[in-house]
Write a protein that binds this ligand. Sequence first.
Ligand SMILES: C[S@@+](CC[C@H](N)C(=O)[O-])C[C@H]1O[C@@H](n2cnc3c(N)ncnc32)[C@H](O)[C@@H]1O
Length: 199
Amino acid sequence: MSEAFTTKSVHWDCSSRRQNLAQRIYERINARMSLQKDMDVIDLGAGTGLLTYKILPHVHSIVAIDTSEAMLEKLKEKRSGEDRIRTCVKDISKESLHGFYDGVVSSMTLHHIKNIVTLFEHLYAGMKPGAFLAVADLLREDGSFHSDGSEGVHHFGFDEHELRTLISYVGFKEVTFEIVDIIQKERCQYPVFLLTAFK
Ligand SMILES: C[S@@+](CC[C@H](N)C(=O)[O-])C[C@H]1O[C@@H](n2cnc3c(N)ncnc32)[C@H](O)[C@@H]1O
């Protein structure tokens, strides 16, 4: 799956659709969460950093975690001396986090992760009490979103009730769920949700 993103990393940032979506997700996270200058945050599946660099001015530091070295290389190219972003090649659904964080953001990554229960358990364990979670991804779709191939796609989006139940089971509280954007493709529209919660 990382190989698919090796190819995609080259032109990832050229898509205005991806740029606009990251902007919209950032705006809603910023509106919902009280981002603070002393917060150390994780961007899960940070990719080339489209969301990372929007969140960075509001927090102390970000660890950009991703399984694709190629995507993170693109993120690093944009860093230009910025030492408040650290990159980490890791699959948190398989390994736990080291350290304790004030928040986790994520954009369009959840559907690429097979075992999301273990993922959320590992995130929960690595979060400080009161830390926030803000995860954006596709609402349940028919599988047509990845028309270029579904390699590495483990979920055709998510159902609100299913995610709320899972998140609460792991221990997260004050769960909210809203549709923040709609991706328009040739044949279909794909709503994107933002789920927020606290440890
Ligand atoms: C659709 S891209 C989104 C990238 C970025 N968040 C954005 O909005 O532009 C999904 C990213 O998740 C990463 N990814 C897939 N599975 C992962 C996992 N188990 N752990 C961490 N990152 C993962 C991919 O390598 C890819 O960079």
